[in-house]
Write a new protein. Structure first.
Length: 368
């Protein structure tokens, strides 16, 4: 009597089918995990933007005005002047220059108060000894009132050079302590930026975004403690990019005859006292609008080209009325500052720096 041999194992076809199913399942799982991770990063960044908004409101309640706009070296940034007449080449220049009037250093400067006593009136000066008056002012964050000019008298020609730079500050070291207004949850929420020999911030060679350095990075480890503390601090989103701070107009100077020093330099005079509005910053405008939420602003973007006076004026009531905003470029870490709804093929949106729907995932938190 013959016995039929029992077949053990899988055939080649069965193995290939099984492997294919595993690959498909792993791919689906990877995509799902990636989407969940991105959603978590977006939620965390939105939470940070909301916290910055609330902190800025509390800052104004205490100090009396919203934070000034500082450049990447913590100096007072120059406000683009709205032209008169309000058309032609002067307006074209304002439209272009206004897109760069924001700050990545103001949030940490005013909402955390990490500067030393020479910079914001509170904190230990590097090199202080135990018997020095400022020695006990560490490691706590905080600052003393930024003064009438918002930059600790850095524009006051009677206190110093009056140029608005961080080395021109002459803060009071007495009086009420303000801040910090932002609770720092972990050390990855903020970092330091460095500059090249031309004074420009170092950038990532791939993303072209400003590079942020954290404790433990070899670039920081090569510096002394005093040198590290002198580097500008920025607050970042969950992708490690500095969060931008935009604001509307400065208060009008009480006396228009004041010279361009002191408070008049910080809150410069303008031919149009409703400029800038948050709508002037095209990157803050939504890429897509909810039904019946769009309205026409006064300034067109550069959708028709950088040399054209026409463009898309679409904006929102929140941007028309808001006083400040915080911005993150979102998961793709890209943005187009000149075209609200960017797409390949639009005039002057070509070449190496062309973008396609990069503004679609921008995250914006508008203040009151």
């Amino acid at each position: 009597m013959k016995c039929r041999a029992t077949k053990l194992g899988f055939t080649l076809i069965e193995l290939l089918i099984t492997i294919s199913l595993i690959v498909v399942l792993v791919s689906i799982l990877t995509i799902a995990l990636g989407a969940a991770r991105t959603a978590a990063q977006v939620a965390e960044t939105q939470s940070r933007l909301s916290a910055l908004k609330q902190a800025t409101v509390r800052f104004k309640e205490d100090v009396g005005y919203y934070p000034a706009v500082l450049d990447t070296n913590r100096n007072l940034a120059t406000l683009p002047a709205f032209p008169s007449p309000t058309s032609g080449t002067p307006q074209q220049m304002y439209r272009y220059q206004a897109q760069d009037w924001y700050s990545i250093t103001s949030p940490a400067e005013y909402l955390i108060g990490y500067g030393n006593q020479d910079q914001d009136g509170y904190g230990r000066i590097p090199g202080s000894q135990p018997n020095d008056p400022d020695y006990i002012e560490m490691p706590r964050f905080g600052f003393r009132h930024p003064g009438m000019d918002g930059v600790w008298r850095a524009t006051d020609v009677f206190a110093g050079a009056g140029a608005g730079s961080v080395i021109d500050r002459s803060p009071s070291t007495r009086g009420m302590l303000f801040g910090p207004y932002l609770e720092v949850e972990n050390e990855q929420m903020f970092g330091r930026i460095m500059h090249d020999t031309n004074g420009e911030p170092l950038r990532d060679p791939v993303t072209r975004n400003i590079k942020v350095f954290y404790p433990g990075d070899p670039e920081l480890a090569a510096l002394t403690i005093a040198e590290q503390q002198a580097l500008p601090m920025v607050i970042v989103d969950t992708w490690g990019n500095p969060i931008r701070y935009y604001r509307a107009m400065y208060p009008n100077p009480a006396d228009p005859t004041l010279p361009l020093s002191g408070i008049a330099r910080t809150f410069p005079q303008s031919n149009s006292y409703d400029r800038p509005t948050l709508s002037d910053y095209f990157v803050l405008r939504p890429s897509e609008f909810e039904s019946n939420k769009a309205l026409d602003g006064t300034l067109p973007d550069f959708r028709e080209g950088l040399g054209q006076a026409n463009g898309d004026r679409s904006t929102t009531f929140e941007l028309q009325a808001g006083q400040f905003a915080f911005f993150s470029a979102g998961p793709d870490q890209q943005m187009n500052a000149f075209i609200r709804s960017d797409a390949f093929g639009l005039p002057d949106n070509d070449g190496e720096y062309a973008t396609d729907e990069s503004n679609k995932d921008n995250l914006v938190e508008v203040g009151p």
